[in-house]
Design a protein around this ligand. Structure first.
Ligand code: NAD
Ligand code: GLY
Length: 362
């Protein structure tokens, strides 16, 4: 088993990474927990609900299961309330522990519920998608979407542990693996050029979920995320680099309607656009931007953004947590492996959006 430690002012906790970890979840439940509530969705419950429940029952504590509808379109107030309904109707107290069993949607919603149920109860992250294992389960960002903007309502709230079972990736559709790989290569692009080169050289192994390659990619991603969030838990500076591609990507997700493109797909495509913008704003060599495009394509994510119309792109991108005083800010690359956050001149941004629109299929 690999263990990566996360240290933040809001909490320090281990990330356990191992095949079969699902059967050892009881080890992460504190002795003083009064009850356990598994928060999951219908898809993941059918695959892993019974196993997780049996593993947690070994604590000798009551284990409740709350099943939500599946999908990004349900990452909203109405569905969040189903968690509170389940917790309250079963009279769970402040020493209950919530367990987020699922992808990033479940992790974000369960974490947000944990942050506010009785003003805060403990929760465990058990991520079951690649994207959630390499990114969303680590670092304590929790949220739901608003029709006007993605992840706009939420809290920073750290889990007590992250338990990653690499075996569960075997049931993920290929499209979800590609979406998760977008977040993996993101770390290389923003902070670790050697890891980027390793990703470029191991694409087939990663897409095929070869155990050694995928275990290394998950561990390295968790290490890099832990490194960033331990320096800036609440995104007052450095942490924003984790949002490479997100200003464009979130616009795609909310512009097309949540769930049309997968989050990782939108981020992948957004990273290609961010690299194009970096060429114009920071002088990133065009060949390096081309390398980003080739990599995103090779992992199986789209590189051609949808044609939302220039004004709609600009309006959608305004609803971004990096926007300050109405000024859009982007994560840009001065070189591959080195990111910064800054505003972009309007003509450069328009040039990138116009170029994408011109290339869009009629
Ligand atoms: P998701 O949670 O919707 O999961 C994708 C699909 O895979 C779902 O249909 C799910 O039911 C299914 N699934 C989950 N595990 C499975 C398994 N093992 N086998 C088969 N199917 C499985 O999507 P996601 O990509 O995991 O997460 C995306 C969400 O994460 C977005 O809402 C995004 O905003 C959020 N996110 C949050 C952070 C953060 O720091 N909190 C970071 C990145 C992304
Ligand atoms: N996924 C971005 C962050 O955790 O900050």
């Amino acid at each position: 088993m690999n263990t990566v430690q996360v240290e933040t002012p809001g909490g320090a906790y281990p990330i356990h990474i191992a095949p079969g970890r699902l059967d050892a979840l009881a080890q992460s439940i504190p002795d003083d927990a009064t009850a356990i509530a598994i928060v999951t969705n219908t898809t993941v419950a059918a695959l892993y609900g019974d196993r997780a429940q049996a593993a947690l029952a070994r604590t000798g504590k009551p284990v409740l299961r709350i099943e939500l509808p599946d999908g990004e379109a349900h990452k909203d107030w109405q569905t969040l309330n189903l968690i509170f309904d389940g917790l309250l109707s079963n009279r769970l107290d402040r020493k209950a522990v919530l367990v987020a069993l699922g992808g990033g949607v479940i992790g974000d919603m369960c974490g947000f519920a944990a942050s506010s149920y009785m003003r805060g109860v403990r929760f465990l992250q058990v991520p079951t998608t690649l994207l959630a294992q390499v990114d969303s389960s680590v670092g304590g960002k929790t949220a739901i979407n608003h029709p006007l903007g993605k992840n706009m309502i939420g809290a920073f709230y750290q889990p007590i542990a992250v338990d990653i079972d690499t075996d569960v990736l075997g049931t993920l559709p290929a499209r979800e693996i590609s979406a998760g790989l977008a977040e993996v290569v993101k770390y290389g692009l923003i902070i670790d050029r050697d890891f980027l080169v390793w990703c470029e050289n191991n694409i087939s192994a990663l897409r095929a979920l070869e155990p050694e390659a995928i275990a290394y990619a998950i561990r390295r991603s968790c290490e890099l995320k832990a490194l960033v969030v331990s320096q800036d838990e609440r995104e007052s500076g450095l942490r924003a680099i984790l949002n490479l591609g997100h200003t464009f990507g979130h616009a795609i997700e909310s512009g097309l309607g949540y769930g049309q493109w997968l989050h990782g797909e939108a981020v992948g495509c957004g990273m290609v656009q961010a690299a194009e913008l970096s060429v114009l704003v920071l002088g990133l060599p065009q060949a390096e931007a081309q390398r980003v495009r080739a990599l995103v394509e090779a992992i199986g994510c789209p590189v051609q953004p949808p044609d939302l119309g220039l004004q709609r792109w600009l309006d959608l991108m305004q609803v971004d947590k990096k926007t300050e005083g109405g000024q859009l800010r982007f994560v840009l690359l001065s070189e591959l492996g080195k990111a910064c956050v800054q505003s972009a001149p309007q003509p450069a941004l328009r040039q990138v959006l116009d170029k994408a629109a011109a290339a869009a299929p009629a």
